[in-house]
Design a protein around this ligand. Structure first.
Ligand SMILES: Nc1ncnc2c1ncn2[C@@H]1O[C@H](COP(=O)(O)OP(=O)(O)OP(=O)(O)O)[C@@H](O)[C@H]1O
Ligand SMILES: [Mg+2]
Length: 711
């Protein structure tokens, strides 16, 4: 299909590849000419590429299996598990005179995947859907998009890994060779599956309702610092201890980079072996001594029981959240992620949840599902354009808004142009992914006691799209400006404490004319579309029809200057193929070191803790906007913060979830700003008087001089 499409319709109809950018392994898939999602083999014939980068010069790198194998000789030049650093703007891998951010290192992995795929398919890889753990927050998602852009990709979308796995599973289960295989002819079968995804570095659990061509996410939970690598670490520590017991007085193998690397590799191999065998041997060689350590599966399971417990607790939480949302129960558990192969996983889950547990293509399902979704996006884009051109659909509407006959005709026309069976186009376009909010989002505010904290407007597992409005009020008479800090839940549960949240954006209403008393209403509206992009609108009651000066700042991971430099750096980087002398040739310079703790070019995020600027005194009953929560908010557009900063097309403050760095964000400023607090209107007891009375006692106010500005 692909070559065919490219020849006839060069723009907008290329394959959209699905890429699983994994913590330990990555892979890439596309939908074949016959409509099946297939893994694209890599240059060495493997289906997955170890997500490991070995730097052999300032601009030269190796990746994949070779990098992994050579890691022992160059521990200071090897970067692995970089996905765990995504979204951490201060982290750099510094080696051989160059510093690499997490998106830049990931960009190198993607470049390697792309070049192998281009060799295999003979076509350029330009458009891709990249998968992310469901539990990834805003900055991690943006970092992933940036990694794709560094590698020269147009990232069509990011999709949650478990959702992609469920799509792939649903594809295999509901449609093999074009026939529906579940529920029989004419029936629409549905089942509720819990996707347990234990990969190399992240754990995601997702409850989905599955039907033919449809995946509806009901609940998600997870921990992006939990995966096979943690099991390996336990083994490494045990092996190190046993080595030291056997050789008292010997130096600790974990203190030396190459021995520690070797031990890590051996631990991972041992763990895989214990999936099939009851016992295995780990060889530790260090400082001229050698130990052969026997490890049994029972020992491994005892050693790592606490890790498995953590996954079970999160699984239970997701199950309970789904039940609370009206799901009738879990029909089966799907295991994805390579580490879910460990026999203890299925055994424990069967015992805990008493439903069938199925290992479902654990290494490749995610990339396959992303390819299915990518094809859907590619064909849908064309069908939509056709319908809009014919005046059968308004611009921005989804395919489900089209009249069935119009949609059918558009699919037929496209099928003809592309030389595809019409049913395939129709069914691909019909693929539907219904998602939920992955984290709570809110604003920083002062409560009725004058204490600052996060007030959440949307919550994890709220079904998308969502729209919630809430009223706040100014604190002072004649308050002329208001700063709004948008926060994202940082931990596993929502917490009102400022330090448990991450400020993802900040915006400001300025130029409020004098004459408004304390308690003037500021309405804040959060809307999140199907794509999970948050849009925040804030309006001062007296200024709904007046243009406002709005400035949007971000605590985004990288400044524009960083992004421009790194784009160039990744583009320049040359990938060496395995076995090249350069891998051992040039000695690492003395400054090579692991990145954590290395000073970086960028300092603290723009928003400093303690600078909350809204007071919330609202009654929880006021929160929901009746009818608003469930009504579609239309396709959210990614907006340049710069354009939002122009004052926007609407009256009121308008601030959108910020584009990936490089797409036009202002460089973050680090100055502490003056305080312009708000409080809620709806609590008469809290109006003005209350806030003022309490004001002096609040550490926030004391510390930041709000009292001085008080009337
Ligand atoms: N047979 C096996 N037994 C046990 N563990 C295995 C087996 N095969 C692979 N693994 C483990 O699976 C993990 C890799 O899984 P996978 O490729 O799904 O993760 P990933 O996509 O790199 O990570 P993530 O999804 O967390 O980003 C590694 O920790 C690896 O050791
Ligand atoms: Mg994975």
């Amino acid at each position: 299909m692909v070559g065919h499409v490219d020849r006839r319709l060069p723009a907008g109809t290329r394959s959209v590849y699905g890429i699983d950018l994994g913590t330990t392994f990555s892979c890439l898939a596309r939908v074949s000419g016959s409509g099946e999602p297939q893994i694209v083999p890599l240059a060495d014939g493997a289906q997955t590429l170890p997500s490991v980068v070995l730097f052999v010069g300032a601009d030269d790198y190796l990746t994949g299996q070779t990098a992994r194998q050579l890691a022992r000789a160059r521990p200071d030049d090897v970067c692995s598990l970089v996905k765990r650093r995504m979204g951490d703007g201060d982290w750099r891998f510094v080696t051989r005179g160059a510093a690499w951010s997490a998106p830049a290192v990931s960009g190198l992995i993607l470049k390697a995947l792309i070049s192998d795929a281009t060799l295999a398919t003979g076509e350029p890889v330009e458009d891709a859907v990249i998968t992310v753990p469901a539990y990834f927050g805003d900055e991690e998602r943006r970092a992933t998009v940036l990694a794709g852009e560094y590698a020269g990709l147009h990232v069509v979308d990011v999709i949650n890994e478990p959702t992609a796995a469920a799509l792939s599973y649903g594809f295999a289960r509901f449609e093999i060779g074009g026939r529906r295989t579940l529920g029989g002819p004419g029936t629409v079968a549905e089942e509720v599956a819990l996707v347990y995804d234990l990969g190399g570095g992240t754990f995601d659990v997702t409850v989905v309702e599955l039907a033919d061509r449809r995946v509806s996410v009901v609940a998600i939970d997870g921990d992006h610092q939990l995966g096979g690598a943690d099991w390996d670490e336990k083994i490494v520590l045990l092996a190190g201890d046993r080595f030291l017991t056997e050789h008292p007085g010997a130096p600790d193998p974990l203190d030396e980079g190459d021995s520690a690397q070797a031990l890590l590799l051996a631990a991972e191999t041992a763990r895989r072996e214990l999936t099939d065998a009851p016992s295995t041997t780990i060889v530790v060689e260090h400082a001229g001594r050698r130990s052969e350590i026997t490890l049994t599966r029972d020992e491994l399971e005892a050693l790592t029981a606490g890790l498995l417990d953590r996954t079970v607790a999160l699984t239970r939480a997701a199950r309970d959240a789904a039940l609370a949302r009206g799901v009738r129960g879990i029909d089966r558990i799907l295991l994805v992620g390579g580490a879910s192969r460990m026999p203890a996983v299925a055994r424990r889950l069967e015992a805990e949840f008493n439903v069938p547990v199925e290992l479902s293509d654990p290494d490749l399902a995610v990339a396959r599902g992303a390819a299915i979704y990518g094809e859907k996006k590619a064909l849908e884009r064309l069908v939509l354009a056709d319908l809009v051109t014919r005046g059968q659909l308004v611009d921005g509407a989804g395919v489900d808004a089209a009249a069935p006959a119009d949609l059918d005709a558009a699919c037929r026309r496209l099928a003809e142009v592309l030389g595809l069976p019409p049913t395939r186009v129709r069914r691909t376009v019909e693929v539907q992914v219904v998602n939920v909010v992955s984290r709570g989002f809110g604003v920083l505010a002062l409560n009725r006691f004058g204490e600052q904290g996060a007030v959440f407007l949307v919550h994890r597992n709220d079904r998308l799209p969502v729209a919630v409005r809430r009223s706040f009020g100014t604190v002072r008479d004649d308050q002329d400006a208001v700063t709004v800090y948008v926060v994202e839940q940082a931990g596993g549960v929502e917490s009102t404490r400022v330090e448990d949240n991450k400020v993802i954006a900040e915006a400001e209403i300025t130029g409020i004319p004098p004459g408004f008393p304390a308690g003037s209403q500021i309405q804040i509206l959060f809307r999140m579309g199907f794509d999970g992009i948050l849009e925040v609108t804030a309006t001062h009651e007296g200024m709904a029809d007046r243009p406002l000066t709005v400035r949007v700042e971000t605590s985004a991971a990288l400044s524009q200057a960083d992004v421009a430099r790194e784009r160039e750096q990744v583009a320049r980087a040359r990938r060496e193929r395995g076995g090249i002398p350069g891998a051992f040739g040039a000695p690492a310079d003395g400054r090579s070191r692991r990145a954590s703790g290395v000073p970086t070019e960028r300092a603290a995020p723009a928003v400093l803790p303690g600078s909350a600027d809204l007071a919330d005194l609202a009654d929880p009953a006021d929160l929901a906007v009746p009818g608003d929560r469930t009504s579609p908010v239309g396709p959210a557009r990614r907006a340049h913060p710069a354009s939002a900063a122009d004052g926007g097309d609407d009256a009121g403050l308008r601030l959108r979830r910020l584009s990936p760095p490089g797409a036009g964000g202002d460089p973050p400023s680090r100055r502490r700003r003056a305080q312009r607090p708000l409080r809620d209107l709806r609590h008469p007891a809290g109006r003005g008087r209350h806030a003022r009375r309490r004001g002096g006692a609040s550490p926030y106010r004391r510390g930041l001089g709000v009292l001085a500005a008080r009337p």
